[in-house]
Ligand binder design. Structure first.
Ligand SMILES: Nc1ncnc2c1ncn2[C@@H]1O[C@H](COP(=O)(O)OP(=O)(O)OP(=O)(O)O)[C@@H](O)[C@H]1O
Length: 365
């Protein structure tokens, strides 16, 4: 399939670090996103994972131009979003929506569900298809559309008259999803859509997102810090580290054989769910915290924490995100991807390993 809806290339978002009495001096930059390329095919789900602070949310916001990129290009349905003026961008916005971790926490708690759901319709109006079904734009047609969206996300129409605090976290996320979907978007960026929810509720919300994708023909970019969350929903997964994508692969391939040392470490933190399968994988603990995006390490940004680090190439030479010989469809930003795959390069620092019977470390968040 080659029908890209979203193409991101060379995208950078650098935030200035200001000092001085009136913050008038720029003393450096936080390189939150530092040269990201990714393509999301129409109808696909692209899962973007990485530790907290690696730049996932900034990337999502920059794609929608809620954050102004410093450099790079974002093509949506072939159109360069950065080249659009205010009015064409506003029109384009209805085609791209965002689902947040707790979408209602940033909204007015005194607003009823009806006003929360109809607000986007007040700004953008009903789509042509919805006008045929619900009538021209009016309070009545907007309320009817809002009620139908509640039905789609599995909530009763009576919820319209209620307020966000009257709902559980899972129900609030359903309302947030209804609000994002009410304009019939094509692309939905879901930023940590289930990380605030109990594990039992997480699966329901993921199932809802999957069902809506089929029903409404959506394309998703799902952002999460937890590989387990994006596993089942994603067709393709991109792993992000310190502002860059370090590995990209079809979801099944990535889980079967992670090749970037960072992905290998993230994966070794996920327990194997089948109790009959003995988990004898080497566990790799990530040493230390994420380095500062204001002063990323030289060479490969992961080299300071990498158990496969080889002196001195990893410390000095930036690895490109590139295809890996013999692993079709895979892109990896590691000098030693082929060697790691064949077993020719081993863990260089054995103190970074723990024995297989030690419980898996919690995924870093
Ligand atoms: N407006 C801003 N000004 C300055 N720095 C920022 C700004 N927004 C984000 N950052 C910094 O950019 C880096 C990336 O942040 P971002 O929120 O995108 O990461 P993330 O991977 O989404 O993490 P989380 O899951 O915690 O949200 C962090 O170091 C963060 O402190």
């Amino acid at each position: 399939m080659n029908d890209p809806l979203l193409q991101v290339s060379g995208l950078k978002v650098h935030f200035p670090i200001k000092r001085g009495l009136v913050f008038d001096r720029t003393v450096g930059h936080v390189r939150a996103v530092d040269g990201v390329d990714l393509t999301v095919q129409r109808g696909q789900t692209y899962g973007l994972v990485g530790e907290s602070g690696c730049g996932k949310s900034t990337l999502g916001r920059a794609i929608l131009r809620l954050e102004e990129p410093t450099e790079g290009q974002v093509l949506f349905d072939g159109q360069d979003l950065r080249a659009l003026g205010a009015e064409p961008l506003r029109k384009m916005r209805r085609r791209m929506q965002m689902v947040f971790q707790d979408p209602l926490s940033s909204l007015d708690p005194r607003a009823s569900v009806e006003s929360l759901l109809t607000e986007p319709l007040t700004v953008h109006g009903l789509s042509e298809a919805d006008r045929e079904q619900f009538g021209r734009d009016s309070a009545k047609s907007h309320a009817a559309k809002a009620s139908s969206m509640l039905d789609v996300v599995g909530l009763p129409g009576s919820a319209l008259a209620k307020y966000p605090h009257e709902f559980s976290g899972g129900q609030r996320q359903r309302i947030g999803i209804a609000r994002a979907m009410i304009l019939n978007p094509e692309l939905v960026i879901a930023d940590e859509p289930v990380s605030a929810l109990d594990v039992s509720v997480q699966a329901q919300v993921i199932n809802l997102l999957e069902g809506l994708q089929d029903l409404l023909g959506l394309t998703y970019l799902v952002i999460a810090h937890d590989l387990a969350v994006v596993r089942h929903i994603s067709d393709v997964i991109g792993v992000m580290y310190l502002g860059t994508v370090v590995e990209q692969a079809d979801s099944d391939d990535l889980y079967a054989e992670p090749l970037h040392p960072y992905t290998i470490a993230l994966m070794s933190a996920i327990p194997i769910p089948d109790p009959d399968v003995e988990d004898r994988r080497e566990r790799i603990l990530l040493r230390g915290d994420l380095p500062s995006p204001a002063d990323p390490p030289s060479g490969c940004r992961f080299h300071t924490r990498c158990p496969f680090r080889q002196a001195t190439r990893c410390d000095t030479e930036v690895p490109a995100l590139r295809p890996v010989e013999g692993a079709a469809g895979r892109l990896v930003a590691c000098h030693w991807a082929e060697e790691i795959r064949s077993g020719a390069v081993h863990v260089a620092d054995p103190t970074l390993l723990v024995e297989p019977d030690v419980p898996a470390p919690a995924a870093r968040a």
